[in-house]
Write a protein that binds this ligand. Sequence first.
Ligand SMILES: CC(C)(COP(=O)(O)OP(=O)(O)OC[C@H]1O[C@@H](n2cnc3c(N)ncnc32)[C@H](O)[C@@H]1OP(=O)(O)O)[C@@H](O)C(=O)NCCC(=O)NCCS
Length: 265
Amino acid sequence: MRVKKRCDIQIWRASPNDVEHWRWREFTSLLDLAERSQAFKFRHEADRKAYVLAHGLRRLALADLLNVPPTALVFRCDKNGKPELIRPTHKPIYFSHSHTRKGVVFAASADMVVGIDAESVGTEPLDFELLRPFMGCSVLPLAEKKQSPATSFYRYWTALEAFSKAIGTGLSQAHSCIRFVPDAHGHWNVKFDDPHTPEMTSMVTQAVVMPVTSPHGCVASLAVMSPPQNFTTASSFETLGEDITLVIHEKNITEDFEFFQHPSN
Ligand SMILES: CC(C)(COP(=O)(O)OP(=O)(O)OC[C@H]1O[C@@H](n2cnc3c(N)ncnc32)[C@H](O)[C@@H]1OP(=O)(O)O)[C@@H](O)C(=O)NCCC(=O)NCCS
């Protein structure tokens, strides 16, 4: 009998609207100098709050998982902007976050590489053409025909961004044309129509994207991939869906953190 490997993924979500006024100072105090100076570069308060909430949430969640104080965490970004934890290093952990005016999301896992993305619905005019460079023409009629074009558009867009964060490139780098192929679990398997390299083929045969519960007014997607050292060859196609059970733990920041349950003033 084949034993399925269990992989746990934690997802936290929060909305700036749920944060009481007096909490913002407390949140800001969790951030380091670089994060605070970045926060103050946002011209609009809504963007600044989303950034502060996302970075505060990231610190609270990782501190909880790694059992260290939130301010002890030290991050850096790689050359493509992918954040990495440089302190502490006692327990490897994969993580990703996203901030948009209506909500923020954070994902972490000790087992799987993750990428997460959320977008606020209804704040920007819909432009299905934005999908074309990444997904070719075939997706456009599909996406536009859906009953709720906005949800459909953001489902594709957040899936693309979540996947680009999991592989660490962001969307700015050119990709071969991506296709999302639904599987029996309701996940989308990621395929490249014309992978540039064998590594890329191997990588994407083991990546799935799925919708996750998002903050109110947002759509959010999670991408999950095997860590690089666990990549098998392209011949074990779609092993992620078959051999791995993904267990997603979804949490709301205001319900699941002690930080919110015991006011400090
Ligand atoms: C990575 C990317 C996908 C981020 O998406 P976004 O919607 O702009 O912003 P999000 O809030 O969802 O995510 C931001 C986080 O992604 C992470 N990130 C940035 N580059 C990353 C990379 N190469 N790999 C993984 N994560 C990355 C960072 O943690 C960043 O956090 P910070 O800004 O708080 O420091 C972005 O770099 C990108 O490629 N954007 C493309 C935007 C675009 O093409 N727009 C077209 C017009 S809509």
